[in-house]
Ligand binder design. Structure first.
Ligand code: ATP
Ligand code: MP5
Length: 263
């Protein structure tokens, strides 16, 4: 039986982020990928031109269709767009006693479009963070969650502590937007660990957060420990960024190896 992963996220028409990045990551890591789509974005490497949120009934129906039939090893949550969608997803996951939930609190695309309505941050904190085994905010998302600027390692630690107190199991505050090494702060409620890799000099980083969080979910689906899943995800995202390429005319995508193990 193959390990299974579910992504609950938005569709990115150019395939670099969102549902498409998640499914490619699951496949590259040997996990069978499934999806519940929350919103459809018209998007390319230069930006997001339109967004349609799906109605909550079809979002809930996708989640129910999967859980009433299939055993789900891990869930990755990405773009949720609105308070109503957050509530629907939280209720759906609770009713099926979903486990191994990796929450990437997607808020704004690299190109600057809102993928979460600003008034939905409160719902994210109260309904979904408490369900998550791990939450993976970038610096901006961490700042929105805790209410102060997160721009150095001390503040990343403080933000991780506060997000953990909101009910998350582990917190990974990603330092992809700092300068210097690409270093993320991992907090398990007791100790801080720093996950560091060289910064790759490229502009082609569309979908890095999606790829990283779905790689963590893939590890959990494969019954790796959370620590091991996070460490392998860091190796995977670093390699995927190294092989990012100039698709289109803007910020190109990371490259998700068809077979990570043979690359
Ligand atoms: N240029 C880079 N070189 C190496 N690693 C990087 C680089 N940029 C980001 N990373 C790593 O990629 C992972 C994702 O981090 P990032 O901060 O880019 O997420 P994000 O902003 O949520 O992504 P997205 O904007 O796609 O949602 C982290 O482990 C981060 O350290
Ligand atoms: C559907 C969807 N989900 C997530 C992202 C974030 O990725 P990025 O910050 O790299 O644009 C995105 N652009 N689109």
């Amino acid at each position: 039986m193959l390990p299974t992963g579910l992504t609950i996220a938005g569709s990115d028409s150019c395939g670099g982020a969102g549902i498409q990045a998640d499914i490619k990551t699951f496949s590259a890591l040997g996990v069978y990928g499934m999806s519940a789509i929350t919103a459809i974005t018209a998007q390319n490497t230069q930006g997001v031109t339109d967004i349609r949120e799906l109605d909550t009934a079809i979002i809930r129906a996708q989640i129910d269709a999967i859980y009433t039939d299939i055993s789900v090893g891990a869930v990755k949550i990405g773009m949720l767009s609105s308070t109503e969608i957050i509530q629907t997803v939280a209720e759906g996951l609770k009713s099926h006693q979903a486990h191994n939930i990796v929450l990437d609190p997607v808020m704004i695309s690299k190109s600057g479009s809102h993928l979460l309505r600003p008034d939905a941050v409160t719902a994210l904190k109260s309904h979904l963070i408490p369900l998550a085994r791990v939450v993976t905010p970038n610096l901006h998302e961490a700042a929105e969650l805790v209410g102060f600027a997160v721009d150095d390692y001390k503040k990343m630690e403080e933000a991780a502590r506060r997000i953990h107190a909101m009910g998350a199991g582990h917190v990974v505050v990603k330092g992809g937007h700092l300068s210097g090494a690409a270093c993320d702060v991992v907090f398990d409620g007791y100790t801080f660990n720093y996950l560091e890799n060289e910064r790759i000099d490229t502009k082609h980083t569309h979908g890095t957060g999606c790829t990283f969080s779905s790689a963590i979910a893939a590890g959990l689906a494969q019954k790796m420990s959370l620590d091991e899943s996070i460490r392998r995800a860091k190796v995977f995202i670093t390699m995927a960024i190294r092989h990012g390429f100039d698709l289109g005319h803007g910020v190109g995508p990371t490259h998700h190896f068809y077979d990570f193990y043979r690359s």
